[in-house]
Design a protein around this ligand. Structure first.
Ligand code: SAH
Length: 466
């Protein structure tokens, strides 16, 4: 059996910018051959055991005359894996059809009569434009836009591009142009573009490290050097750049770095940038849980302290052939409303949710219930603090506390310019600890907001909060 090969545009950086279709294909692939510019966080969506191959390792990065040879290596790898009967996805940075040597990969497939499908992606130019508030076209300033590669051999005396006609275009967007910027500016001036034509450089568009630098043809090359602009960057030239000052929404709004794992809060005031500092994973070994849960029917209460506890509890329960009927006598308690709602997904109605959604709130509420000598089953995370178990025991209950999931630090956490943020939000003590482990300390200007007393206590412990 031979499968077709999928070419998918991953978008320019932010993992959220891949299309839904692209993501589904990535989740089903056996082999992921990805550009080095593809954000590594997207790769965690691939199925367990999928082979992940970075084109950088194959040498796709610029390397003078070796470039074509390396492209051939990529081509033959796609062909080889497809012929082996693997489900191959070629995950490309930005859009598939723009400056990506796509046709060469297609030729290689055509030669072997391997079928393919394509899913477009967000190209860097539109991400750079949208995320800096610069419309690429505008009825007052530009009715056309042209995309150009700035990667010409710098040793060449003359450019192969026709700068005379390019200079007449409304908006000019340059890809791969950082190293050659001084020459491009020179060629545009020679072609008659005026010195005061506005220019913007958007570095790392859509990533947490995005930077926007604005100038004119006169000073942009010097400014770029001074500010040490590095690829990947998009350069936008034309009158539309004037609008950046008015519409650069990302720069003008308060920015909060949200480090929890609840769903993105898109409609909150200010901009919430989501970077989960914790990751929920299954355990490697469930033998202890399996042993404990076999006795679930003898418990009077089951206390769920998180929605992940609910998910993994039922998953594991079902795996050994049990379900909610096995604890039909037990009462159910959830620490808060999201946990209560998750229980409903499994057809289970909660008997008790504390008004104050925390371990302490739960313990307070249990004081109104006589739990002396009652057996309580408590599925929990590997790093849960012992407070809840001890509190319940102090009220006379017999607690079976069993680990059912792990709370770990995500790998591939990106480097951050923390000065970019006005506020950071922590939702759990483990998020605080992982932050300290990965990023050390916070600049003074960044406010700290903690959800819950326990989280605040942890932030204080690490001097992140007063
Ligand atoms: N197929 C890609 C382009 C690949 S060429 C697309 O459609 O976007 C690589 C160039 O794309 C880089 O040199 C840079 O100019 C641009 N680029 C890619 N990712 C970028 C990003 N996050 N920010 C700014 N420019 C980016």
């Amino acid at each position: 059996m031979r499968y077709k090969v999928y070419f998918v545009g991953a978008g320019p950086g932010d993992p959220g910018l891949i299309t839904l279709k692209g993501l589904e294909i990535l989740r089903q692939a056996d082999v992921v051959i990805y550009d080095y510019l593809v954000d590594k966080r997207i790769l965690s969506e691939a199925q367990k055991g999928a082979e992940l191959i970075c084109c950088d390792k194959l040498g796709k990065k610029r390397s003078g005359d070796g470039f074509i040879l390396h492209q051939e290596k990529i081509n033959s790898l796609i062909v080889k894996r497809a012929k082996e009967g693997k489900k191959v996805i070629r995950l490309k940075n930005g859009d598939v059809s723009i400056f990506s040597r796509w046709s060469q990969e297609l030729e290689a497939l055509a030669k072997e009569k391997i079928e393919f499908e394509v899913v477009p992606g967000v190209t860097a130019a539109s991400a750079a434009a949208c995320l800096s508030g610069i419309p690429l076209t505008d009825r007052n300033f530009a009715s056309s836009v042209v995309m150009i590669t700035g990667r010409e051999d710098p040793r060449k005396e003359k450019s192969v591009l026709n700068w005379q006609s390019l200079a007449k275009c409304g908006t000019i967007v340059l890809y791969m142009a950082v190293e050659n910027l001084a020459n491009i500016v020179k060629w545009l001036k020679q072609a008659g573009k005026t010195f005061d034509t506005p220019v913007a450089i958007v570095e790392n568009a859509s990533l947490l490290t995005q930077k926007v630098l604005v100038g004119s043809l006169k000073d942009i090359a010097a400014k770029a050097r001074k500010n040490k602009v590095k690829p990947p960057a998009i350069i936008i030239i034309g009158e539309v750049v004037k609008l950046e000052r008015k519409f650069n929404w990302l720069k003008k709004t308060e920015r909060t770095l949200f480090t929890g794992i609840s769903p993105e809060r898109f409609f909150e005031k200010g901009i919430i940038i989501h970077l989960p500092l914790i990751k929920i994973m299954p355990l490697e070994d469930y033998s202890e849980f399996n042993r404990a849960v076999k006795d679930i029917g003898s418990h009077n209460w089951i206390v769920f302290s998180s929605r992940y506890g609910v998910k993994y509890f039922f998953e594991r329960l079902n795996k050994i052939g049990l379900d909610a009927r096995n604890f039909s006598q037990a009462k159910i308690s959830a620490i808060g409303n999201s946990t209560r709602n998750r229980l409903l997904d499994f057809g289970v109605i909660t008997n008790l949710v504390p008004k104050e959604e925390s371990s302490l709130g739960l313990l307070k509420e249990f004081k109104n219930v006589d739990i002396r000598n009652q057996r309580i089953f408590l599925p929990r995370s590997d790093i849960a603090d012992k407070g809840l178990t001890q509190g319940l025991q102090a009220q006379g209950a017999k607690v079976t506390a069993t680990v059912v999931y792990r709370n770990v630090m995500p790998d591939n956490l990106p480097d951050l310019d923390l000065e970019f943020f006005d506020e950071i939000m922590f939702t759990s003590p483990s998020g605080v600890r992982n932050f300290v482990k990965r990023y050390g300390s916070l600049p003074k200007k960044v406010r700290v907001r903690c959800i819950g007393e326990v989280t605040l206590k942890e932030a204080r412990k690490w001097n992140l909060s007063d």
